[in-house]
Every structure is written in C-alpha cells, then in structure tokens.
Design a protein around this ligand. Structure first.
Ligand SMILES: Nc1nc2c(ncn2[C@@H]2O[C@H](COP(=O)(O)OP(=O)(O)OP(=O)(O)O)[C@@H](O)[C@H]2O)c(=O)[nH]1
Ligand SMILES: [Mg+2]
Length: 160
C-alpha cells in the first residue's frame, strides 16, 4: 500500500424522521452536544471525518450521508443511495438511539438484535444525547469497509 494514503469511504445513514440520525452523526463527527431543538434534515447532508487506520499509513476519509427521514424525501434518498452504492456486498448496522430514555424504551436489546439479524445487520445501541456508544457503529463499519478494500486492492495487484 502507498505511503500515507488517504482513501474515501461512504456511509449512508437512514431511518425514521426524528430518530436522531443527524444528532448521531454530529456526536460522532464533532463530539459535541446535540441541539435540543429538532431541525429536520432536508434531502441529504454530507459530513466528513478522517480516521487513521491503526498500524498502517492509511487514513480513511469517511463521507457520512445523513439522509432525511421524512417520507417526502424518500425518492430522492433512494436515488442518492443507488448512486452511492455502486459496490456489491454493502455492509450495514442497525442502531437503536435514545437509550438514556430508559423508562420510555419500547424495543428491548434482544428485539433489536433479532431484527438486525433478520436484516443481515449488526446491532448497536446508544445515546447521541449522552454521547454514549456513538462511535462503535461507525468504527465497525470502517473496519469492515477497510477489510474489503484491502482484499480488493490486493487482488488487483495480483492481476497486474
Ligand atoms: N432523548 C434523546 N433525544 C435525542 C437523541 N438523539 C436525538 N435526539 C433528539 O431527537 C430529535 C430529532 O433528532 P435529529 O437528529 O434531528 O433526528 P433525524 O433522525 O436526523 O431526523 P430527520 O432529519 O427528520 O430524519 C431532536 O430534538 C434531538 O435533540 C438521544 O439520544 N436522546
Ligand atoms: Mg436529520
């Protein structure tokens, strides 16, 4: 692999309106307190974060596509995703947000895990508000992406 290379990866965040997607991205990218007021995402917002891969000279520039949850934007969001996911074997996670609202929990961790398994995803949960367990799903995704990237670049090198 090249010295000090920067590679770009895309991560698409989808889910119901008000679930906390923008807050989660903000908590991860800026490690900042999330705004209390709900500010609906319109279309797609893109944020970036650079992540150094441990024990390598590679930095991943992660492009986070924070999609609107409102049904009105569904067609636009689906188009965006089709354009962004030209690759096969797209990996994903299911994230349960707002876990600090313990008395208002309606989905048990087990139900979350089961649903994720059914969908072929890995389950995480946490709280964007408390900045709790917000990094894990992103690092998991980056790690999985980097494994695929390394395999692909190695097989290309073997062919050339
Ligand atoms: N209690 C609590 N509230 C949260 C949490 N994360 C987000 N919120 C609140 O939930 C509301 C919606 O958050 P957003 O991040 O804007 O939700 P979204 O999924 O991006 O919504 P759309 O852009 O419309 O799809 C805001 O008022 C946030 O302050 C959390 O972990 N706990
Ligand atoms: Mg949003």
């Amino acid at each position: 692999m090249e010295r000090n290379s920067i590679v770009r990866a895309k991560c698409i965040i989808m889910g119901e309106a008000g679930a906390g997607k923008t807050s989660l991205v903000q908590a991860f990218v800026q490690a900042a307190q999330i705004p209390k007021n709900y500010n609906m995402t319109q279309g797609v917002d893109i944020q970036t974060k650079k992540i150094k891969v441990p024990d390598t000279s590679t930095t991943i520039e992660l492009f986070l596509y924070d999609c609107a949850g409102k049904a009105y934007y569904r067609d636009l969001v689906l188009k965006m995703i089709k354009n962004a996911s030209g690759v096969r074997n797209v990996k994903g996670v299911l994230y349960g947000n707002k876990t600090e609202l313990v008395n208002r929990r309606v989905v048990s961790p087990k139900a979350g895990h089961d649903l994720a398994q059914t969908l072929g995803l890995v389950y995480f949960e946490g709280s964007a508000k408390d900045n709790k367990d917000v990094e894990e799903p992103f690092y998991y995704m980056v790690n999985e992406w980097f494994k695929t990237y390394t395999d692909k670049t190695q097989s290309i090198k073997m062919v050339t």
